[in-house]
Design a protein around this ligand. Structure first.
Ligand SMILES: NC(=O)c1ccc[n+]([C@@H]2O[C@H](COP(=O)([O-])OP(=O)(O)OC[C@H]3O[C@@H](n4cnc5c(N)ncnc54)[C@H](O)[C@@H]3O)[C@@H](O)[C@H]2O)c1
Length: 450
């Protein structure tokens, strides 16, 4: 089924959020893509694909769900543990990492933490640039994608083509071309009845979910503006060894290279931007402008990323989101979503509303990281696929749009970002030359708008 057909089907559903307002410059292809983004979450329900899903799960002739992991880093190993804890019938049966040493470390750690749920024999563990292709040839039902985001579009395409359910860490891409590839792969997953669950974990947090639902049901009146703060300290940096090549260093210190991370506005701040999107019923902003720079983290080892961004996003209805993020040591830190309405205000992460009636979420809060996998495994077992493709692509593009506005110093529209042919990384990465490192200068840097 094509994206266009899915968009048409979905547009007829009364349950869909309003599609974003198109500007006169949008191409029909961009419109179709945008419609898909607005509607992918429930497409699979419309298509009624549960029988395919059940066949896939039970292909092994048992109730076991076989899980494969790509990327044995902090998050990948954590996601594998969450997947095992989510469903007693899960087994980790295959593992992949581009580096042999990291694969071996991952195996050791996972064997220890997963106990009998670890069933990845050595011939089901793969390293090298083709590790993803080889793990997809095994009989896993689910793949956990937890490598640096620059690799995600190609991996997502391959995983869906191989008929695997996907848990996909955030962000899903680092450039608009990558976002469109993941949109298409998500649509294909919907066609095939495969699950796509996103690592945008706040969507699965019970307190945040309850707070946003209250706001959406009018607890603070109409939303006027949102302030997103992600003001935090510095992250890890892996000290290069003598034998590392430039490419080896970039892949291991991927946070600092935008072809791999998308810069920290995309890699980390996406969590906050996704909540602003969610508060707007997943309707994206129409445009943004921004400032940003590289003031403290200036050494060469920090690649080509900025250390602060401040973006003003504007929606078609006139509401705005004032979004600031900073990664600097020894400064004031705060991560919070402030939502101002005509009849009150809310703090989403604090799960608190001061409005017509004051309210605070007091319920249990199991780990949101676990809940993502509970939802995924339950969907697989029930034959009712979940597809988070819509919002995970939209919030990735929203972050890219803010980054490009800061880099260029120009206003960037949603339609221009959606139509952009910007592609940051190599088609087929290998251990040859590493991509050039160039720090964007506002006023000089040019946004690729088509
Ligand atoms: N949802 C969250 O709260 C959260 C938290 C942390 C990280 N993340 C996301 O998880 C992803 C991984 O982050 P991390 O902190 O675990 O990074 P990491 O560097 O610790 O781990 C990444 C692993 O992927 C491997 N790898 C790199 N390129 C590969 C390739 N092409 N094929 C196979 N393996 C490859 C690396 O060798 C490494 O072992 C990122 O997208 C990050 O944004 C999400």
């Amino acid at each position: 089924m094509s994206l266009e057909t899915i968009a048409t089907l979905s547009e007829t559903s009364a349950t869909q959020p309003t599609a974003p307002t198109a500007t006169s410059t949008a191409t029909s292809a961009a419109k179709s893509r945008r419609n898909f983004l607005a509607t992918a979450a429930s497409t699979s329900a419309i298509l009624g694909t549960s029988s395919f899903l059940s066949r896939t799960v039970h292909a092994a002739g048992s109730d076991m769900i076989k899980v494969g992991l790509v990327g044995c880093g902090g998050r990948g190993n954590g996601a594998a543990k969450d997947a095992m804890n989510a469903d007693a019938g899960c087994r980790l049966t295959a593992i992949a990492d581009v580096f042999y040493e990291r694969l071996e470390d991952g195996k050791k750690q996972l064997r220890k933490t997963l106990g009998e749920q670890y069933q990845a024999s050595d011939d089901q563990c793969f390293s090298g640039w083709d590790a993803l292709d080889r793990i997809l040839q095994t009989d896993i039902n689910v793949i956990l994608l937890a490598t640096p985001p620059g690799f995600r579009p190609a991996q997502m395409e391959a995983a869906v083509a191989a008929g695997k359910h996907v848990f996909c860490e955030k962000p899903v891409a680092v450039d608009p071309v990558g976002v469109r590839r993941v949109m298409a792969a998500s649509a294909s997953a919907a066609d095939k009845g495969l699950c796509v669950v996103s690592g945008l974990c706040w969507r699965y947090d019970l307190g945040v979910k309850a707070t946003i639902e209250k706001i959406q049901s009018g607890a603070i009146g109409e939303i006027v503006s949102i302030q997103e703060n992600y003001l935090t300290g510095t992250l890890w940096h892996r000290t290069p060894k003598e034998e590392w090549t430039a490419m080896h260093n970039q892949v291991l210190n991927w946070l600092y290279y935008r072809w791999l991370s998308g810069d920290h506005i995309v890699e980390q701040f996406i969590h906050s931007l996704d909540k602003a999107l969610w508060l707007h019923n997943d309707v994206p902003p129409i445009k943004c402008y921004a400032t940003g720079g590289r003031q403290v983290r200036t050494e060469a080892r920090y690649g080509d990323v900025y250390d602060h961004f401040s973006v003003v996003y504007e929606w078609a209805d006139g509401t705005r989101c004032y979004a600031s993020t900073r990664q600097m040591a020894d400064c004031f830190n705060e991560t919070e979503d402030y939502v101002y309405g005509t009849e009150g205000m809310a703090r989403v992460l604090k799960n608190q509303i001061k409005g017509k009636e004051d309210w605070k979420f007091e319920g249990d809060k199991p780990s949101m990281y676990l809940l993502e996998h509970v939802a995924l495994m339950k969907a697989i077992r029930d034959g009712k696929p979940i597809n988070n493709g819509g919002y995970m692509c939209k919030s990735t593009l929203m972050a890219i749009m803010g980054r490009e506005a800061a880099y260029s110093g120009q206003v960037i529209t949603w339609d221009a970002a959606m139509a952009s042919n910007q592609k940051l990384g190599p088609d087929r990465p290998d251990w040859g030359d590493a991509p050039a490192v160039e720090i964007p200068m506002p006023g000089q840097y040019k946004f690729i708008d088509a």
